[in-house]
Design a protein around this ligand. Structure first.
Ligand SMILES: Nc1ncnc2c1ncn2[C@@H]1O[C@H](COP(=O)(O)OP(=O)(O)OP(=O)(O)O)[C@@H](O)[C@H]1O
Ligand SMILES: [Mg+2]
Length: 207
């Protein structure tokens, strides 16, 4: 069946079955199963407290599930920490924006290239580190509409622009799957299908 599914392009990129996560007596995620296929955009919709962020945290490795199975590209993700999942191609943005606010936009995006380089983060911004990815980083900034802001500090951006910068940094990890928090109520963002032209095989968005 697996081989047949692959032949007809039906194998999910991401597959979770019967995921559970509780915090004390709170069942944040209960018996959740999802499949996300390549070249697809999937939206997680639910009221406050429904468990959306917890589910994305389970997929990206911030939390480990109490029970259930989780596969990405047929790799078993259970037990893998977030940084190893990032190397497999799972990138995310955060509900509470997490940028290096004192660094420039360019430096923030360059930091995204770090995970595939065998250099410590502090060396990233030197010519021998990820500095050689400057052109690609500038290209990503243009992609999210911030091409002329490369030298500005990230902390100087508006909320919506910071969200776009997070997306550029996530794409710099060469992500195959991007889990993104909604940009803002009236987002200024590129067409989401463009993520796929960036090598991103799927995008999951928390609404
Ligand atoms: N680290 C935690 N410790 C304890 N309880 C938590 C923790 N994280 C989430 N919860 C609880 O789990 C439930 C689901 O929370 P979660 O943040 O996943 O919901 P959400 O759908 O993302 O909500 P929102 O739309 O407000 O962002 C809530 O009852 C929340 O209080
Ligand atoms: Mg949330």
């Amino acid at each position: 069946m697996d081989r047949l599914q692959k032949q007809i392009g039906m194998t999910p990129l991401l597959k979770a079955e019967k995921l559970h996560k509780s915090f004390g007596g709170v069942r944040a995620v209960y018996d959740v199963s999802i499949e996300v296929r390549e070249d697809s955009i999937c939206a997680l919709i639910g009221p406050n407290g429904a468990g959306k962020s917890t589910l994305l945290n389970l997929l990206s490795g911030v939390y480990q599930p109490d029970a259930g199975s989780l596969f990405f590209n047929r790799t078993n993700l259970i037990g893998l920490p977030a940084y190893q999942r990032a190397r497999l191609g799972i990138a995310r943005t955060f509900q509470k924006i997490r940028l290096f606010k004192q660094l420039t936009l360019l430096e923030n995006v360059l930091a995204g290239f770090h995970i595939h380089q065998d250099v410590p983060l502090w060396k990233c911004f030197l010519p021998g580190g990820v500095g050689r990815f400057r052109d690609e980083a500038m290209d990503l900034l243009s992609f999210v509409g911030l091409g002329n802001r490369g030298k500005d500090r990230a902390g100087a951006l508006s909320y919506g622009q910071q969200r776009m910068l997070e997306i550029a940094r996530a794409l710099a990890t060469r992500a195959e799957a991007l889990h993104a928090r909604r940009a803002c109520r009236r987002p200024q963002r590129p067409p989401r299908s463009s993520f796929f032209s960036r090598g991103c095989k799927t995008s999951t968005s928390e609404m």
